[in-house]
Design a protein around this ligand. Structure first.
Ligand code: ADP
Ligand code: MG
Length: 455
């Protein structure tokens, strides 16, 4: 029955959400009106329960499953040295994630954020772009005398910072189960800090954070501009370093480049080892795909990849590893539903949106060129000062398309239009939005340009 319900859910939520959130669910039992599911991570438990519980319940009922409530339990695969996969590792029951509706799961006395059991060193594929970060993380995970303190990992979205941090935590805990490892995001740090202030529990807060052996703070750029949180973070940091405790930090950019972060914190962050994760290259992407595909094959033994499909994906999806993984997950889910071999055609059909999005990166410069050609004005007038309408209007069209087709922010777009202010850009964008509803020529022009640019 669950198979049939899943099929209905696939139709209801779409392939993408299905692959990410529904497919990994396992219906364990239905008992006293409660449908018990297991999920691989507590994050997933939270997310699914918040976003999909109603729909799941509805479809269960429609299929005459006697359930009036759903419950998601985290079943963590124990991170082990010998290449664990979700399918083979022994599941360990964790405390129920959501039945009690508390957002934080792992408690004991250390309020560490839950660790993803799949984020181990064994599951981390090493290539040129990440080998230094990986080596540094491994070294810190091995323990011994604290050499790199703090270890500062930085890099773009989806390149493996969180994965490496969790891997370090798993490693340390495995070697020394008594070790007090506290992993949390900078956001959670702030949240706890504010809560402690509000509840007048600052003493407890300080004591707690100063009593850990290893402190890991993920995405530290989040506390930029949050003055009192920074202050507290700074003191925590210093106290731990003084005690010779290990600190591991991640951010989306180098310490010196985090705006609105106090200088003394920047220099503190820089005084250990700073390593970055570079954007992936083709070999690394292929390696990651091969590893993950291998893991999937233990779950779906019947599924085969046609020659060249993984290579194709590694070529075409260059944004971040999370997108790459999502694509693979979706392919497997889809292929397992329809029972087809994963061919190039299937990949193109099933991943059309992802492929398109990561396919062509339209630049503001390209947009300016196309638009000026279309309206027969000079390219230099795009960035020049002229304000006559025959020039200003095409410029606004180019601004509008830049906003629509690139990921640039308004100030960034303004800079590329001869240093114009972001409010000017915003005004231009709005103007073209309006005109498209009243002026059919404008509508056609914009549509044509958009199609030409998107290719
Ligand atoms: P970040 O924290 O840098 O944004 P994550 O650590 O969350 O990125 O990684 C995004 C996803 O990509 C995760 O599922 C992670 O397991 C996977 N991933 C990233 N790099 C690698 C790698 N080198 N090998 C295997 N999986 C990876
Ligand atoms: Mg992260």
């Amino acid at each position: 029955t669950w198979g049939r319900v899943k099929q209905q859910l696939l139709e209801a939520v779409g392939r993408n959400d299905y692959a990410n959130w529904i497919e990994p669910l396992q219906l364990k039992k239905v008992d006293n009106g409660v449908a018990h599911f297991s999920v691989p991570t507590s994050f997933m438990a939270n997310w699914v329960s918040r976003n999909f519980a109603d729909q799941i319940l509805m479809h269960l009922k429609a299929s005459k499953v006697p359930a009036s409530r759903v419950d998601f339990k985290v079943e963590v695969a124990r991170p082990a040295q010998d290449a664990p996969t979700e399918a083979t590792a022994a599941p360990v029951e964790q405390t129920s994630a959501l039945a009690t509706s508390t957002p934080e799961v792992e408690v004991a006395d250390l309020p560490s954020a839950p660790l993803d059991a799949r984020f181990t060193f064994d599951n981390f594929v090493v290539g040129k772009p990440n080998e230094l970060a990986h080596a540094a993380a491994r070294r810190v995970g091995e323990g011994g005398p604290v050499t790199f303190n703090p270890l500062f990992l930085y890099g773009g979205v989806g390149l493996g910072k969180t994965h490496l941090m969790h891997a370090i935590a798993h490693e340390i805990k495995q070697r020394d189960p008594e070790a007090r490892v506290l992993y949390l995001s900078a956001e959670q740090f702030m949240y706890r800090f504010v809560q402690a202030l509000r509840d007048r529990q600052m003493m407890d807060f300080k004591q707690l954070f100063r009593s850990v052996d290893v402190l890991m703070v993920d995405d530290v750029q989040f506390i930029a501009g949050k003055d009192s949180t920074q202050e507290e973070f700074f003191h925590t940091f210093n106290a731990l370093v003084d005690q010779g405790k290990q600190i591991i930090i991640s951010a989306d950019r180098a310490p010196g480049e985090i705006k609105d972060l106090e200088d003394r914190i920047k220099s503190r962050l820089q005084c250990g080892l700073v390593v970055d994760l570079h954007p992936t290259d083709y070999e690394l992407r292929l390696g990651i795909l091969q590893t993950k595909a291998e893991n999937y094959r233990t779950q779906y033994p019947g599924l085969v990849f046609a020659e060249g499909v993984l290579e194709f994906l590694a070529h075409r999806i260059t944004t971040n590893v999370r997108v790459l993984e999502g694509a693979l997950m979706r392919l497997f889910a889809f292929a397992s539903l329809v029972g087809r071999e994963i061919t190039m055609d299937l990949a193109q059909e099933c991943l059309a949106d992802i492929l398109k999005a990561s396919d062509r990166k339209v630049t503001v410069e390209e947009i300016q060129r196309r638009v000026s050609e279309h309206y027969s004005i000079r390219l230099s007038d795009m960035i020049g000062p002229k304000r006559v309408r025959v020039i200003a209007r095409p410029r606004q069209v180019a601004m509008y398309l830049s906003k629509q087709l690139t990921s640039r922010s308004l100030p960034e777009i303004g800079r590329r239009f001869g240093g114009r202010d972001h409010t000017t850009v915003m005004h231009g964008v709005r103007r073209i939005e309006e005109l498209q509803t009243t002026d059919s020529q404008m509508f056609e022009d914009v549509e044509m340009l958009r199609r030409a640019l998107e290719g």
